[in-house]
Design a protein around this ligand. Structure first.
Ligand SMILES: Cc1cc2nc3c(=O)[nH]c(=O)nc-3n(C[C@H](O)[C@H](O)[C@H](O)COP(=O)(O)OP(=O)(O)OC[C@H]3O[C@@H](n4cnc5c(N)ncnc54)[C@H](O)[C@@H]3O)c2cc1C
Length: 449
């Protein structure tokens, strides 16, 4: 803790102010990097050891990229930042009056870690809109483990269909339902369509992977809600060309082991993936402060919490209104807010008397990919779609990957996949065959003879 220590000759020496950052995602990492080379002692706590590039999770789920191409150890990123210590642990609470966060370590012990300044950047998780029972049958796409679980599910469905002797079950096994037609659902549907119609097409002998049905469901009446009507139309057209079925204007009434029910119709499907809503982390509950309806912490113009000028909340966990509208939960908001909070802390540490300008988000635009070589792009008055937009998308995403090694590896993988149609990580991991398939195996072998 910052303070004064008097030696025998009354020399006053201050210990460095301690900045605790919770979350090594886009917001937390941006704040930590700004505080490099300052007198602050920075402690970054995350419950995982990696910084995850969530925008490309769908590419891990659809076998394009390997998990290690979108996740990078936080220690590796901040290793050379001498004033920063990384702690692997889960924060379970904040004591505002004692100025400490409570961290649950590997032994489930609650350890208090004190701070002079606190930055909470704990992101968001899935929201099943009150239907948490859906989670068992329709996993979401938020973490690396989720993406690998979805990849397992998708690849496993094809394996089961290949070994299935009853052709009437093929439809169930080869129907994929994505719930949520925002950017994640649209990107996932496009990538899955390309995967089954190109890469997998020639890899099976008894089934035709190209016949797989991909259904995208949303209660909204159009895809890509945050984009203009015109770009939403372009994405719809593209999805339909790729053979994706759209079920819009109705939410799912039911999700179970047999599939989903939409507007009274049952769609039999073994693989349902939740690409819909998000809910913020419980930071607001830890702080016991005002939250918006979604549960995000209402922050002030300088991103601090009312009455606690030493606590900042940034990114998906913060509710911030600009020009009368709440800012969206996107990486750019988190990065800009993380940098802003780091800069304010720095100026306070250096005793600057300058009043900081309120936070203002600079919107560089939004993009979404729809299948191979096609994206939609909206930036100010510019609205465009097609291959050019996809090139911009690829460039921007590469730029924001955590290290130059990752950038090179992802670029090479994309070129390889684009040219050869081969995917980089088509693996089922942690899966054992759980039912006898010997008869089917016999038949496959006989068919091949
Ligand atoms: C599938 C998907 C696709 C997306 N696509 C895009 C896109 O194309 N463009 C875009 O701009 N945005 C996209 N986003 C949104 C974007 O990723 C988020 O807005 C951004 O990650 C928010 O940054 P953050 O720092 O607030 O949180 P995160 O980046 O989510 O980081 C939060 C960190 O906090 C850690 N943490 C959480 N709770 C605790 C705890 N209790 N204790 C310790 N550590 C904790 C987590 O492990 C994580 O590392 C996408 C999100 C998803 C899920």
């Amino acid at each position: 803790m910052a303070g004064t220590v008097a030696s025998g000759r009354e020399i006053m020496q201050k210990s460095p102010p301690r900045v605790v950052i919770v979350g090594g995602g886009f917001g937390g990492l941006a704040a930590a990097k700004v505080l490099k080379n300052t007198q602050a002692k920075v402690i970054l706590i995350d419950r995982t050891n990696l910084h995850l590039f969530q925008p490309l999770l769908y590419q891990v789920a659809t076998s394009v990229l390997a998990p290690s191409q979108i996740g990078f150890p936080i220690r590796g990123i901040l290793g050379k930042q001498k004033n920063t210590t990384v702690i692997l642990g889960e924060v379970t609470g904040v004591d505002k009056d004692r100025k400490c966060v409570i961290v649950s370590d590997a032994d489930r012990q609650n350890v208090p870690i004190s701070y002079d300044y606190l930055v909470l950047a704990t992101g968001a998780t899935h929201s099943y809109f009150g239907r948490n029972e859906f989670e068992r049958f329709a996993p979401g796409l938020k973490s690396l483990a989720d993406a690998v679980a979805s990849r397992n599910k998708i690849l496993q469905a094809f394996e089961l269909a290949e070994a299935e002797e009853d052709p009437s079950r093929h439809r169930y096994l080869l129907t994929f339902v994505l719930v949520g037609a925002g950017p994640t659902g649209v990107e996932m549907a496009g990538a899955l369509a390309i995967f089954v119609r190109t890469t997998l097409k020639s890899e099976f002998r008894r089934i035709d992977p190209a016949s797989a049905r991909i259904v995208l469901v949303d209660m909204a009446s159009r895809v890509l809600g945050p984009f203009s009507e015109h770009l939403s139309q372009a994405a719809t057209q593209r999805l339909e060309n790729l053979g994706v079925e759209l079920r819009l204007g109705h939410g799912v009434d039911q999700i179970d082991a047999d599939g989903v029910v939409v507007a009274g119709e049952r769609i039999a499907s073994k693989t349902v993936i939740w690409t819909a809503g998000v809910a913020p982390s419980p930071a607001g509950k830890w702080l016991k402060v005002e939250m918006d309806r979604a549960g995000r912490v209402r922050v002030q113009k300088d991103l601090t919490v009312p009455e606690y000028s030493d606590i900042f909340v940034v990114g998906d966990t913060a509710a911030f209104e600009q020009d009368g509208k709440p800012l969206p939960g996107v990486a750019q908001v988190a990065i800009q807010q993380g940098r802003y909070s780091g800069n304010i802390i720095h100026s306070r540490i250096t005793g600057s008397s300058k009043q900081p300008a309120p936070f203002r988000y600079f919107d560089k635009g939004s993009m979404a990919v729809v299948g191979k070589g096609f994206a939609v792009l909206q930036s100010g008055k510019v609205q465009t779609s097609g291959f050019g937009a996809w090139l911009v998308w690829a460039f921007v995403h590469l730029q924001f990957l955590a290290t130059s090694g990752l950038r090179l590896s992802v670029l090479l993988q994309w070129i390889w996949t684009y040219v050869t149609r081969r995917r980089g990580s088509q693996l089922i991991v942690n899966h054992h065959v759980s039912r006898p398939v010997s008869t089917a195996v016999d038949e496959i072998v006989r068919g091949a003879a």
